[in-house]
Design a protein around this ligand. Sequence first.
Ligand code: FES
Length: 370
Amino acid sequence: MSDQSNLPASGDGAGHSRVPEPLEDQDVAPGLPAHVWRPTDVDPKAEKRAERQVAALFIFSMVCAVLFVVAYFSFEIGREIDTFLGFGASNLFLGLTLGLGMLAIGVGVIQWARKLMSDVEIAELRHPAASSEEDRETTLKALTAGLDESGIGRRPLIRNTLLGALAFAGVPLVVALRDLGPRNMSASRLEKTFWMEGMYIVRDVLGTRINRADLEIGDLLNGEPEGLVPNSEGHLPAPIGPNGQELRPALDHEQLLIEKVKSAVIVLRMSPGDIVRNPDRENWDVDGIVCYSKICTHVGCPIALNEQQTHHLLCPCHQSTFDLADSGKVVFGPAGHSLPQMHLAADDEGYLYAMGDFDEPVGPSYWERG
Ligand code: FES
């Protein structure tokens, strides 16, 4: 709606009016309130100030981009990971600088549109939205006929039970939310796997034990704990330790599915001299044979892309890379934790078994993780 007395005096300095003509015709746009000019439309100082604010946001975004590059090259993510406030410094600063830079561009564009781009009301003429009286009557008749045919008015029992069924249909959804709660995400269920001292490693499909002599340098096998792979008769045997003792009772089908997803491992042989000997896991390998969880610590993809020369293991999902010669440390990518390692031993015949569960919880991070 036009209010000619309030038109701004400012222009673009070239003799052109910067503000488009507002709507004038009461009949064309009935009921439209009088146009209110923004401070930046009527005050050249406010306009300049807004322009500088937008430019400052874009400059801030450039600074963030430069800081991103600085952070990329400054923080160590190799053998020694730099930390800041307990977080991986590289991931933290890369995320912050990239996020703030993007945010500044977004806010700058919004401010530009709000304060400086042209500000006019536009009326678009449309035909009336309401249906004709005749159409409404026809629709109403069709609805009434449908209700009569369904008999819903004559059958209160069906009507009431249908309403009840619809009301109860939402209950399973609400109950299923419980699975997201702390009870089912308890740390103890995620911290422990099926592995325990004395449990043999078997090949994941065949279920046969792995002998140290079976592996050449550079070989990589997928393994599982004995007791999770059905025998040739289709039964799950109870796992037996090196001294013939039964380690755990055989599992039922549901337990099997739960344990299987957590316990998968990869077994790799490298030259013993290539292994970085960390004091707390001095003898965790058997002749250069090491064992790690197969579940990526980023978001849990199974990992198996091995680079023989470097002993790096690559996750195909988002390219997190772990150094298997150095305690499974993250050397690249978004994973926030080393790959959990298992202490290995071999019995008198050379078959490999675990000396205990993994050194830390398997899989991605979660709130309660230490
Ligand atoms: S799940 Fe492995 S890098 Fe994302």
